[in-house]
Design a protein around this ligand. Structure first.
Ligand code: BGC
Length: 443
């Protein structure tokens, strides 16, 4: 397998996200985000870690983007911190924030790297959370004001946009389970947040298209390939269908005009009270591409005591299968199954894998990290992606998660996903063997 097998117009890239790398969390007029606040709470994050400094990317972005250049990576996906631009979420613009992203964009372009901007990668301004955050329907206006500001300020040089990063994860973990910012729990919070996020993904797309004619617009979904734990067990099969409706279908289907998957997950009927007259129509938007982020497969077991889905994920470690530090099974075929599945939806024009990668224990020895497991993970996933491409599936891009080791949300700095190692005491970067491999692959 080599790069050419994927065709000349295939997008090769690497992804990261503002809160996970930038640091400088109160620098130059930036307002607090929900992650700045959530990480200060007790017992929420592994060892009390936070993103106050992270990879100090705010000050070191030229070094990091230069690493992307040296690694022959032509596309770079990063996110904008909403509260760096609007410290209060809406209203007054912080021009120092705009300036920062202008410098990032310009440096990319100088090096011939195409910037892809994720407009929302989980760091809602805290000022908006005080008004209910994603549970408040006004978020649709707030978000579109912010999106319009980004297009007006960066749209003369950026045409690739990702509206939301993994709405299922930020609403599920942040508003149902309470394990991510803002730490809210319960079905009511979740259903309201989910519907408003779904409205934002389509209306955000419309805002971009209305302001920029040459844009290439997508939005990114988490997607895990699911199987019943016991293949022939009817109850496990049912459990799988429900979990699939929740974690894989909830956001893509309304976008494609199919509505919410209420038939397979009746609890979603309770969303009705948040749905206004024209909403079902407004949830639709014809994206130029669908971004999917694939890491693993999950096996699903019937679990009568689990509310709403009566299902459980059977952890990889309990199944004694090869897994990463995140306890995610290493199962390369999941990427093939995922793109194949998305390809079956009518109305999907192009699929781009906007994240794929793995966290393993890395050992720095003699200035070298021989991360064979990560290298194999990437290679094996790419092989399966090529198989999909050769079968005619409309997949047209692949972005590795991620450039540097960084703040992995509730897991703090423990899991390391980077192609580049970071010593968080000195901020020294060391390219891992997987990074060298990706560079050779792309050359
Ligand atoms: C997120 C990233 C995260 C990665 C690994 C994705 O869910 O978009 O921010 O670091 O997975 O967990």
């Amino acid at each position: 397998m080599n790069r050419k097998d994927f065709g000349d117009d295939f997008y090769w890239g690497i992804s990261n996200a503002a809160y996970q790398v930038e640091g400088a969390n109160t620098a130059e007029g930036k307002g607090l985000s929900i992650w700045d606040v959530f990480t200060q709470k007790r017992n929420k994050i592994f060892k009390g870690h936070n993103g106050d400094i992270a990879c100090d990317y705010y000050n070191k972005f030229t070094d990091d983007i230069y690493l992307i250049y040296q690694s022959n990576i032509p596309n770079y996906r990063f996110s904008i911190s909403w509260s760096r631009i609007f410290p209060e979420g809406i209203g007054q613009i912080n021009y120092k924030g705009i300036d920062f992203y202008n410098r990032v964009i310009e440096f990319c372009l100088e090096l011939g790297i195409e910037p892809w901007i994720t407009l929302y990668h989980w760091d809602l301004p805290e000022a908006l959370q005080k008004k209910g955050g994603w549970t408040n329907r006004d978020v649709v206006q707030w978000f579109n004001e912010y999106v319009a500001c980004c297009i007006k300020n960066f749209g003369d040089r950026v045409s690739k946009w990702i509206v939301l990063n993994e709405p299922m994860v930020f609403t599920g973990a942040g508003y149902f389970l309470g394990v991510h910012a803002p730490g809210k729990k319960g079905l009511t919070n979740f259903l309201a947040a989910a519907h408003h996020a779904a409205l934002c993904q389509s209306s955000g797309g419309r805002t971009i298209r209305s302001l920029q004619s040459q844009s290439f617009i997508g939005t990114s979904f988490s997607h895990s390939h699911l199987e019943p734990f016991r293949k022939d067990d009817k109850k496990d099969q049912m459990a799988k269908i429900k979990v699939d409706a929740l974690i894989n279908r909830l956001f893509i289907e309304p976008l494609l005009g199919l509505g919410y998957p209420v038939k397979d997950l009746p609890i979603l009927n309770r969303m009705e009270k948040y749905i206004l007259a024209d909403d079902m129509q407004d949830l639709k938007f014809d994206m130029d591409f669908v971004g999917i982020q694939v890491y693993t497969r999950e096996l699903i077991k019937h679990a009568p005591l689990i509310p709403f889905v009566q299902a459980n994920i059977v952890k990889a470690s309990d199944r004694f299968v090869h897994h990463t530090i995140m306890n995610w099974e290493v199962f390369p075929n999941s990427i093939y199954e995922a793109v194949k599945r998305i390809n079956e939806y009518k109305g999907v024009k192009q699929i781009i894998v906007t994240e794929n990668g793995a966290a393993f224990d890395d050992v720095l020895y003699n200035n070298t990290i021989s991360d064979t497991l990560r290298k194999d993970y990437l290679k094996n996933h790419l092989n399966k992606l090529l198989k999909a491409k050769n079968e005619g599936i409309k997949v047209n891009g692949y972005f590795v998660w991620t450039l540097t080791d960084n703040f992995e949300w509730a897991e703090g700095y423990n899991p390391k996903f980077g192609l580049v190692h970071v010593d968080f005491l000195t901020q020294k970067r060391t390219i891992k063997d997987s990074g060298k491999w990706y560079k050779d692959f792309l050359s």
